[in-house]
Structure formats: C-alpha cells, structure tokens
Design a protein around this ligand. Structure first.
Ligand code: PMP
Length: 425
C-alpha cells in the first residue's frame, strides 16, 4: 500500500500537526502550545475559535452552502459587497478566493479598463522590487521577490520595477526628508522611459509585507505616487491583501497617506482565516467604461463569492465593527512597539523596527535570510509563531521577521508574545 503524501512547503520537513486553536493560542496534537504572534500569515485577525463567527457559518450552511455565480447571486455576498462599499467607498466589488486571485483580477481589470476605452493594448504593470503580490503568473510577474520568481522567471511578464521606499537602507543612499522622495520620483522617470501608452497600472503594497518585513514608506510617498500616476494617466492598484481590513489601524492602510487607489485588492483579514475569500474593490472611474462597454469582467472562479465564505467575512467584519477593534489597533500597536524596542536594546543583532498598527517588522543585521529561518524555527521551539520576511534575500542588507498578532490581542497577551520572543532571541 503506497503512503499518501500531503505536499508541504518544504518536502521532507516535519511540521507539527495542529489540533485546535483558542484566541491567540494554537495547540498541536502533541499538546504543545503556540502563541500566534503573526496571525498565521497575517490573516487570523481575530484569533482562533470565535464562536459567533463559526455559528454564522453553520447557520448559512443550513440554508445553502453553494450557488454558482453564473446562475445566482446570494444574500451574504450582496451584503458583504455593500458593507465593503460603506467602509471603503469603492462601489464595485469582485469576490475571489485568495489574495493572488484578487491581485490577478485587479491586473486584468486595469488592462480591460484601457481596452474598453479603445486604447491600444497596454501590456505592462509596474511595481516595486521587494514586493509580494501573489503566486499566480500575473501576480508573480509583478512581484519583486527573487526566491518566489526563481523557477518561473522566463515565463513571467516583462514588467519593470522601481526601487522600494526602504528608508533603513535607502537604495539611493539618501535620508528622509532631504531625499525629496527620490524613490517615488523614480516612478515618474520609469513611466517616461517606457511610455505611459504601454503601462496599464502601477501596483504597490502600502506597507511591504512578506518581501520586506513591514517596510513603511514615509509621509508624502503615496501622495506623490498618486500624483505621478494621474499625471501619466495610468491606474494605481493598491495591494492591501495583508494591510487591509484594519491591520494597520485604519480599514485600508492607504487611508493613512490620505490617498485613494483606483483598484484595491483585499484578502487575508477579510475573513480572518475563517473561510477562503478575497476581493477586488474597484472605483467608478475604472468600471465606467466596462459598464458602458462589454459589461463582462473576464475573470471569475467557481467558488467566487460563495455564501459560506461571504458569511464568514461578514461575521468577521461585523464583529470588528461592533467591538470597535480597529479603533484599538493604534494604541495596542504602540504598546507592542515599545515592548519590541526594549528588545532592541537587549539584542544588538536587531537593526531596525518599523511598521504601523499591529504590523511590525524586526530587521536583523547582515546575517541574511538563513538567520530569519533560524529565528522562526527557534520561535516554534519556544512556543511563538513569527512570520518570516526576508528583505536580505537579493543581497541587500538584513533579513526580517514580522510580529503581527490578532487585532483583538490583549496587552497581557502581547506581553506574553514578547516574553517568548526574548526567549527565542
Ligand atoms: N498580496 C500580498 C500583499 C500578500 O501578502 C499576499 C500573501 N502573503 C498575497 C498578495 C497573496 O495572497 P494569497 O496567499 O492569499 O494568494
């Protein structure tokens, strides 16, 4: 009888098997406890085992679990779209099942937008080096993430990238604010060189997550980016798959720069891990020529906006609203940051601490990505889950982890996380 193999990220590696979770804690089948200091993959924004969310899913399942989007709409999906519209001001919502698909859809809609306007085909999406937008071919083409691209580089779109707004190691060797935001101005130069007629959109994560460890651009950066996009008449896509739904202290992170993108991708925190769902939010300006034209978005998946996932997301967002969870993120984030800063004085290999809300990156010295894996594994052994985010991967300095706990973590739980983090260090 052949053995069955569940393919894991690293084949042959042993992973603990999780049994159950409660709040910020997870327990494996051997009885080990882990404090979830990174919400899994910056996803479980409300922690684990939230009864009211689970009950909503069961209730919906008892009514109907699946309808096909080409045949029916469904109430939870309609209500979720309306909730997202109220929260963000984007009138159009397209549901998908993962962050990668939300980004993929954003790219396709940007391309379609220009086609419907009768422009010659705009083939390029610009993005930044040090970025992660997803694993599907379109999203990966726009990702400045060397290790994820490695095997597929020659299949990917020939899409240029600009330097990241990485103040800790400024790619231009400058210092903010005397730098004059050279990293943002580079977009202007790049568009001029390639020709705006060839570019459908510029895409960026408001705060660089998986590829950099919460690299946070300074004030003025997105204001300038938006200005440049508008001046050249190209669309601005904000990938808020990680930063969205309250993670950084506002529903969308870009609100903190006072900027609105043309298209936004959200995922992860949308259902906080209670069901797979993500969404592409689209402005009226982008949709208008599509509504006037073909009326069809050539994207979509069997499970898009299925009632179970939409119900999970609705229950999550309603809870976040009724418990005023986003309102508490800044204060908790500052508390966590202060605890992390104390670690910095204790452990000289910590080089930089940056982030917003409850999304913090800790960058290490020149030891490289191997050191990140070592710390993350040591974390597991010390009962704390950390998110690896290696900025050092392409030869730049540093490698990083992220601490991004559930948004409803208590101060005592944050203290417990930092206690285990210090033990790990
Ligand atoms: N965009 C960003 C900013 C992400 O952080 C991720 C996931 N780490 C994705 C897209 C892809 O999302 P998913 O893994 O759900 O496909």
């Amino acid at each position: 009888m052949p053995h069955s193999h569940l393919i894991k990220p690293l084949i042959g590696e042993q992973y603990p098997t999780i049994d159950y979770g409660k709040g910020v804690f997870l327990y494996d089948t051997d009885g080990h406890e882990y404090v979830d200091a990174c919400s899994g993959a910056v996803t479980a924004n409300l922690g684990h085992g939230m009864e009211e969310i689970l009950q909503s899913i069961v209730n919906q399942g008892n009514k109907v679990a699946f309808v096909y989007r080409s045949q029916f709409s469904n109430q939870p999906a309609e209500e979720l779209a309306s909730f997202l519209n109220d929260k963000t001001g984007y009138p159009w919502t397209f549901f998908v099942n993962s962050g990668s698909e939300a980004v993929e859809t954003a790219i396709k809609i940007a391309i379609q937008h220009w086609q419907e306007k009768g422009k010659p085909l705009k083939r390029k999406i610009l993005s930044r080096w040090l970025s992660y937008h997803g694993i599907t071919f379109g999203a990966l083409s726009a990702s400045g993430h060397p290790s994820r691209r490695e095997r597929f580089d020659s299949f990917l779109g020939d899409w240029p990238t600009i330097e990241p707004p990485y103040c800790a190691h400024c790619p231009f060797g400058k210092t903010y604010p005397s730098c004059g935001l050279a990293c943002a101005s580079q977009l202007d130069t790049m568009i001029t060189r390639i020709g705006a007629e060839n570019i459908a959109a510029f895409m960026a994560e408001p705060i660089i997550g998986a590829a950099g460890g919460a690299i946070t651009p300074p004030k003025g950066y997105y204001e300038r980016i938006k200005e440049i996009c508008e001046a050249h008449d190209i669309l601005f896509i904000s990938d808020e798959v990680m930063t969205g739904c309250g993670r950084t202290g506002t529903f969308l992170a870009l609100e903190q720069w006072g900027v609105k993108a043309d298209i936004v991708a959200v995922g992860k925190g949308l259902s906080a891990g209670y069901a797979p769902i993500a969404a592409t939010l689209i402005s009226e300006k982008v949709m208008e020529p599509i509504v006037q034209g073909s009326k069809v978005i050539m994207s979509g998946h069997t499970f898009s906006g299925n009632p179970m996932s939409a119900t999970a997301a609705l229950a999550v967002l309603k809870l976040i609203e009724s418990e005023k969870i986003i309102e508490g993120v800044d204060q908790k984030g500052t508390y966590l940051k202060n605890l992390l800063e104390k670690c910095r004085t204790e452990f000289p290999f910590i080089q930089d601490i940056r982030g917003r809300g409850l999304m913090w990156g800790i960058e290490f010295d020149e030891r490289g990505a191997g050191f990140t894996s070592f710390i993350v594994q040591n974390g597991v052994d010390n009962g704390i889950l950390l998110y690896p985010a290696s900025a050092g991967i392409d030869g730049r300095k540093g490698s990083a982890i992220m601490v991004a706990p559930p948004l409803n973590s208590t101060k005592r739980e944050l203290e417990e996380m930092v206690k285990r983090l210090r033990r790990t260090f």
